[in-house]
Design a protein around this ligand. Structure first.
Ligand code: KG4
Length: 334
C-alpha cells in the first residue's frame, strides 16, 4: 500500500510517501524554526500563514521525490489533531482536496500522538501489549496499547511538556529556540553536579516539569546574587539528568506493574535526545525479555512519514473519513 501523509499541526509543513509502513519513498519537511526563533517560540497565527504558503509545494515535492504520480497513491493520511487549530486546518484542507481531486482516494485522519508512536513501525513490527512514552514539545504521556490503534493514557504531565521545559530552560540560559538539541549537546560535555528540585506529582505515572524549569531559573538568579559562577555545560547536564530521572522513574513503575508488556517504544521530538536513548539502552539490559525501540532520528521530531504509517494502520481498520473532516485541536487519542 502506498500512502501519502500530511502533517501541519505546529511549525513544520510536511508531506511523505511511505510504502507498506516500512519504506519511506520521500519525506519533505518545511521547517519554520528560523521564523519563530526571533520570538523564542511558535507564534500560532504566523505558523498558519506559512503553512498556507508551503503546503502545495511540499506535497508536490513529496510526490516528485517519491518518483510516483498521485494516481499510484492508495490513501491520503493527515494529522487531524491535536495541535494549533489554524495550522491543522491547512493540512486537513490540503488532504481533503487531494483525496477528492484524485478519484476519491480514502481520506484517513490520524491523531498526532499515534503518529509519533507509529514512527517505531518504520523500524520494527510493533508487538502488543506495548507501552509508549510520547515526549515532545506539546506532550509527555505514557500510553498503554493493548492492541493496534487502542490507546489508554496511563499518565501524563500535570503542567509543562518535557520539550517545552527544555525550550524554556534554554531560553533562561540564553541558548535560543528550540532548546532541546542545544541542551542535549551541552549536557554531553558537562556533569550533573547541581542540585535541582525533584518534581512532585499525585498520580503514580504522572509527570511534572514546571518546578524543575523554575528551579533552573532560581539557580541562575541565586548564582548571580551571590556572585557564584557556574558552567552552562554542568547546568544543562544537571537539568537533563533531573528531567530524565523524572521520566524513567515512571517508566520503570509502568514496566514493573505491567509484566505482560512485550515492547516499550518512545516517540516525539525529545526521543532524539542522546541521554534518553542511553536510558532506553539501560532498560534493554535490565529487561532482556522485552523489546525496546526508538524511532529513526529523522522521524523523532514532527514529520509526515509517521502520519503515513499510522494512516495505513488506521485504513486497515476502516477508519476512513469523508469530506466533512475538520481539524480537532484538542482531540483525545482513541
Ligand atoms: O515532536 P516535536 O517536533 O513537536 C511536537 O509535537 O511538540 O518536538 C519538538 C520538541 C521541542 O521542544 C525540542 O526542543 C525537542 O522536541 N527536542 C529535543 C531534542 N530534539 C528536539 N529535546 C531534547 N533533546 C533533543 N535532542
Amino acid at each position: 500500500m502506498l500512502v501519502i501523509g500530511i502533517e501541519s499541526s505546529c511549525d513544520e509543513t510536511a508531506a511523505a510517501v511511505v510504502r507498506d509502513k516500512k519504506e519511506i519513498l520521500s519525506s519533505v519537511i518545511a521547517s519554520q524554526i528560523d521564523t519563530h526563533k526571533a520570538f523564542g517560540g511558535v507564534v500560532p497565527e504566523v505558523a498558519s500563514r506559512i503553512h498556507v504558503e508551503n503546503i502545495s509545494g511540499v506535497i508536490q515535492q513529496a510526490i516528485d521525490e517519491a518518483g510516483i504520480s498521485m494516481e499510484d497513491v492508495d490513501a491520503v493520511a493527515v494529522t487531524a489533531g491535536p495541535g494549533l487549530v489554524g495550522c491543522l486546518h491547512v493540512g486537513v484542507q490540503g488532504a481533503k482536496t487531494l483525496a477528492a481531486v484524485w478519484n476519491k482516494k480514502p481520506l484517513i485522519p490520524v491523531h498526532h500522538l499515534a503518529g509519533h508512536i507509529y514512527a517505531n513501525e518504520l523500524v520494527t513490527d510493533l508487538q502488543f501489549p506495548l507501552v509508549a512514552l510520547v515526549v515532545s514539545g506539546g506532550n509527555s504521556e505514557l500510553v498503554y496499547m493493548k492492541d493496534e490503534n487502542s490507546f489508554e493514557i496511563l499518565g501524563q504531565t500535570q503542567d509543562d511538556a518535557i520539550g517545552e521545559a527544555y525550550d524554556k530552560v534554554a531560553r533562561v540560559m540564553g541558548l535560543g529556540y528550540p532548546g532541546g538539541p542545544v541542551i542535549d549537546k551541552l549536557a554531553q560535555q558537562g556533569e550533573a553536579v547541581y542540585d535541582l528540585p525533584e518534581p512532585k506529582t499525585q498520580g503514580r505515572y504522572d509527570f511534572s516539569f514546571s518546578g524543575l524549569k523554575s528551579g533552573v531559573l532560581q539557580f541562575i538568579k541565586r548564582c548571580e546574587r551571590k556572585g557564584q559562577t557556574f558552567t552552562q555545560e554542568d547546568l544543562a547536564a544537571s537539568f537533563q539528568k533531573a528531567a530524565l530521572d523524572e521520566v524513567f522513574a515512571r517508566v520503570k513503575l509502568v514496566l514493573e506493574d505491567h509484566p505482560e508488556v512485550k515492547q516499550f517504544v518512545v516517540g516525539g521530538g525529545v526521543s532524539a535526545n542522546s541521554g534518553l536513548r542511553a536510558r532506553v539502552d539501560e532498560l534493554r539490559q535490565e529487561y532482556p525479555d522485552k523489546t525496546f525501540t526508538v524511532p529513526p532520528m529523522r522521524c523523532c521530531t514532527d514529520n509526515a512519514a509517521m502520519i503515513a504509517v499510522a494512516g495505513e494502520i488506521a485504513a486497515e481498520q476502516g477508519r476512513v473519513a469523508d469530506a466533512r473532516l475538520t481539524a480537532d485541536p484538542g482531540g483525545e487519542i482513541c
